[in-house]
Write a protein that binds this ligand. Structure first.
Ligand code: NAD
Length: 303
């Protein structure tokens, strides 16, 4: 049965060219890793300035690797030469895989998928890097749910070794295998997650962060004691509040809401103190204030 179903769709060619939509934190990182791994990369955004920034970050990232003697100087040039940037979907006409890494907004992602379908080869695979939107629901808006999959990279992409691979209800086995092969070529470990809210990493990590904020709210500990306790007591490289500031408190809150709404379970209710920080615009490192104040030489706890 499975083999028959797979025959309905043209076979997936070897993946050598990857299109990436969205040149933000994630898209830029994915472009770097893909180019370093020998893939031809086409990076698209709606904003030329974001493309220029992303290329600058890729260059800086590669040069840091030269300084640390991980790669040679000529590899920087070769990797950069493999990345083409642009604002027009036509450059995706010959790619075998697209990774959608634009803003986390379902409406935006749906529009991008429609633009992609106008130019993509019928056998091309579409992956999305969404952290929270249902893969199955996004897949259903395309002409190829069996060639649609989640490829959830971790931030920062060049440094984090994991990719969560998420199958939608219609995703075919050959699509899954093709994407795992790409992950291998990028030197990443992949784990398979089912298509449930927040997948594996965020499903486990964010409730821990949320619980740390409750621990703070209830006065069980202060910012410093909570982070020190988890670093030394659980051997975590970063304390949960430091980590929340790194992820962005707005992002933490939105992932908790996805869990709360998607799983309909009160155990995922976001901590009122987390909501208060977001309302204050204290979103963590990116706004220079969160559970720590980053405006001075060293971060200072805000509680
Ligand atoms: P970001 O805000 O840094 O970048 C988003 C980019 O998308 C921007 O450059 C923006 O100009 C572009 N964009 C917006 N609308 C577009 C459109 N219509 N067409 C093309 N480009 C468009 O966001 P990010 O942190 O890189 O996140 C991107 C995706 O990756 C999201 O789905 C997010 O959930 C997911 N993700 C983020 C993280 C993280 O830690 N930041 C981790 C894993 C996955």
């Amino acid at each position: 049965m499975v083999a028959e179903a797979e025959n309905e769709h043209p076979p997936i060619p070897e993946i050598a060219r990857i299109g990436i939509v969205g040149a933000g934190q994630m898209g830029g990182g994915i472009a770097q890793v893909a180019a370093q791994s020998g893939f031809d990369v086409r990076l698209l955004d709606v904003d030329q300035a974001r493309l220029d920034d992303a290329l600058g970050r890729v260059r800086d990232g590669l040069e840091r690797l030269v300084k640390r003697e991980v790669i040679r100087d000529d590899e920087v040039r070769a990797s950069l030469a493999r990345i083409r940037t642009g604002l027009d979907y036509d450059m995706f006409a010959d790619v075998e895989l697209v990774i959608e890494a634009a803003s986390e907004n379902e409406e935006i992602k749906r529009k991008i998928l429609q633009s992609l379908l106008r130019v993509l080869r019928p056998e091309a695979v579409i992956a999305t890097n969404t952290s929270s939107i249902s893969i199955t629901r996004l897949a259903a808006t395309t002409d190829r749910p069996e060639r649609f999959i989640g490829m959830h990279f971790m931030n920062p992409v060049p440094r984090m070794n994991l990719i969560e691979v998420i199958r939608g209800i219609a995703t075919q086995e050959d699509t899954y295998r093709a994407v795992r092969t790409v992950a291998d070529k990028m030197g990443k470990e992949s784990v398979t997650a089912e298509d449930f809210p927040a997948f594996i990493v965020n499903r486990i990590l964010l409730p821990m962060v949320n619980e740390a904020v409750y621990t703070l709210l209830e006065g069980v500990g202060n910012v410093e004691s909570i982070d020190t306790a988890m670093k030394l007591g659980a051997n975590h490289p970063m304390g949960p509040l430091e980590l929340a500031d790194f992820i962005g408190l707005d992002t933490c809150l939105s992932i908790m809401m996805v869990l709360y709404d998607g799983l309909n379970d009160s155990k995922y209710r976001p901590c009122p103190l987390l909501i208060k920080y977001v309302e204050a615009g204290w979103l963590g490192r990116k706004t220079k204030r969160g559970f720590y104040d980053y405006r001075g030489e060293v971060p200072v706890p805000t509680r």
